[in-house]
Design a protein around this ligand. Structure first.
Ligand code: HEM
Ligand SMILES: *[C@@H]1O[C@H](CO)[C@@H](O)[C@H](O)[C@H]1NC(C)=O
Ligand SMILES: CC(=O)N[C@H]1CO[C@H](CO)[C@@H](O)[C@@H]1O
Length: 528
């Protein structure tokens, strides 16, 4: 007779064993002996912020498909990997919960990024794709005027003012670059008059970055264990996320609402300056109004939907671009030979981006075509992807096959699956000496074969994701990053002053571990 005491643990054991034996994922190489039995292992890896290194080691050892838990796999290949999952339109949620609901704003108002269902998502994306497309951006007089005003009126003066500091020419370049990207992104969304002006107001810049960054380390519980998090909070009043995170979110939401109100007021005026055109706000409000009329919706208050959408754009847009730029500057500050070549390339611009050229900027198409500037930005997006880790999706109800032709595995429906830019970009067959920052590899492509080009530029390049959920702001990101880098190096040389904490965090968006990256500027004397 088994004492009754042993019954519950025995039943539990039998249950685990039965689940294991009937789970097709058990055939997939396991990242850890516990992985096919319980999600606790991968949860503990995420909780300790060592997911990146863990996944890298697992794929290096076990191949392109690995099992992370009884209901999760990671893929690291193009065919049978990102092509299947992301081009194939696997959704962001599994019906019960979605990891991306975390990105809703204003207490549960969804936006394009947070939406799981493909149908709802693509309706929204159709409203927004055109204004963020490369051709529209490149010929937008509003964006050019906004960028000019921010570069000449704010960014270059902010750099120049560092020479009156106690330590002349020394600055926290991460903060300044983040301010520049926020001003440009909100300039395009809300118009210059209603957008942010963080660059001219160091106090406001500090206020915003402190607020924004204070929330960074509290994503684990609400994203990985949303049900537990909300039950603990609503039933037991126990908070896994401190209340100051809610306060910070509310302040950022209020700040965004003010910009929305500003944009709405501009649109009511009969005539506005071109740079005050709230391009994104205007397009979105018109499109939502049209949709509401079409479906005969009673809903008249579109403000929460608009605000939730644009808040996601400004957060996604400034943060990722700021991270990329801080690594551009950091790498150029340790590769002075490449920096000098970039400066020589920038001397070919007409007009040069120096204070006396204001307000004229060289044409965006000319900036975009500078080979070394392009190579520097692309190499940084590759090696220091701002979103380097898993972008989770769920397999469709009927299941699918994952893995390259040589070895595929059946994966049932509802399984969480993800790929990671950082791992795809570390493929030595595609990016030789992958761990080195080597812009040259992009210049060498000129002479490379078509297949090689395609592998490097599109198949394996994943900084902006791929498929229907690919970054809508990638062209705006590249546009602003190129102008900012061009403006900085047309006027200055940079070296490192203090780069403690430059390593990327192990998180979804992966900023440097320190919010402070100090750079020494030196005035760049024209020699050409
Ligand atoms: C270097 C800069 C940027 C990088 C590396 C980046 C990267 C990404 C990635 C990887 C995704 C897919 C995420 C996922 O599925 O989990 C994404 C989506 C998105 N990004 Fe960006 N992004 C950048 C700049 C921007 C900018 C400037 C905007 C401003 C509009 C923006 C807005 C968005 C939006 C709205 C989505 C969701 C798209 C959708 O769901 O269809 N991003 N971004
Ligand atoms: C991820 O881990 C690899 C290997 O440990 C490391 O080389 C790389 O810098 C890490 N990347 C990020 C974004 O943390
Ligand atoms: C502030 C500053 O150093 N401005 C310089 C920008 O670059 C041009 C030439 O490249 C110089 O003439 C300016 O003095």
């Amino acid at each position: 007779m088994i004492p009754l005491l042993f019954l519950p643990p025995l039943l539990l054991l039998a249950h685990i064993l039965y689940t294991y034996l009937t789970n097709p994922l058990r055939r997939i190489p396991a990242a850890h002996p516990l992985a096919p039995f319980t999600a606790l292992w991968i949860l503990s890896i995420r909780w300790r912020s060592i997911e990146n290194a863990t996944l890298k080691a697992a794929h290096d050892k076990l191949g392109p498909v690995v099992c992370l838990s009884p209901s999760e796999v990671s893929v690291n290949c193009v065919k049978g990997g990102i092509r299947e999952v992301y081009m194939g339109g696997f959704e962001k949620g599994n019906g019960r919960w979605g990891w991306y609901e975390f990105f809703e704003n204003y207490k549960g108002v969804p936006n394009m990024f947070s939406t799981s269902a493909n149908k709802i998502h693509s309706t929204r994306k159709r409203m927004l794709s055109n204004i963020y497309s490369k051709s529209v951006l490149a010929s937008s007089p509003a964006l050019l005027a906004q960028t000019s005003s921010i570069i000449y009126g704010r960014f270059l003066p902010a750099l120049s003012s560092t020479f009156s500091h106690a330590e002349p020419g020394v600055l926290n370049v991460y903060a300044l670059l983040s301010g520049a990207t926020m001003d440009i992104v909100t300039g395009y969304i809300f118009g210059l008059a209603s957008g942010s002006n963080l660059l001219s107001d160091p106090k406001q810049l500090d206020w915003f970055l402190d607020l924004y960054n204070s929330r960074r380390s509290f994503t684990f519980w609400p994203q990985e264990l949303p049900v537990l998090t909300s039950i603990l909070q609503s039933w037991f009043r126990y908070r896994l996320v401190p209340s100051f995170v809610d306060t910070a979110n509310a302040e950022i939401e209020k700040w965004t609402e003010n910009m929305c109100n500003g944009a709405a007021a501009v649109l009511r005026q009969p005539k506005t300056r071109i740079e005050d055109t709230p391009v994104v706000y205007q397009q979105l409000s018109l499109a939502l109004l049209k949709e509401a009329k079409k479906i005969g919706s009673e809903k008249t208050d579109l403000i929460p939907s608009i605000a939730s959408e644009v808040l996601d754009h400004l957060a996604a847009g400034f943060d990722t671009s700021g991270i990329t730029l801080v690594y551009v500057v950091h790498e150029l500050s340790t590769h002075l030979d490449i920096q000098a070549r970039l400066q020589a390339e920038l001397l070919t611009l007409s007009p040069p981006i120096i204070p006396s050229s204001a307000p004229t900027l060289p044409d965006p198409k000319v900036i975009d075509a500078l080979p070394l500037l392009h190579a520097v930005v692309w190499e940084t997006l590759r090696l220091h992807s701002a979103i380097p880790g898993p972008q989770p999706r769920f397999t469709p109800a009927q299941g699918c096959h994952l893995g390259p032709e040589e070895q595929t595995y059946f994966v049932p429906g509802g399984v969480r699956v993800s790929a990671s830019a950082g791992l795809l970009h570390a493929n030595e067959d595609v990016y030789e000496r992958a761990e080195e920052w080597r812009p040259e590899r992009w210049l060498e492509l000129e002479k490379a074969e078509e297949e090689k080009k395609r592998d490097m530029e599109s198949r394996w390049f994943w900084a902006f994701g791929s498929g229907g959920r690919m970054c809508v702001g990638s062209h705006l990101a590249v546009y602003q990053m190129k102008y900012i880098v061009a403006a900085l190096y047309s006027n200055y040389t940079t070296t490192i002053f203090d780069d403690t904490g430059i390593e990327q965090s192990d998180s979804y968006t992966a900023p440097p571990k320190s919010d402070v990256i100090m750079i020494q500027l030196a005035k760049h004397v024209k020699t050409g």
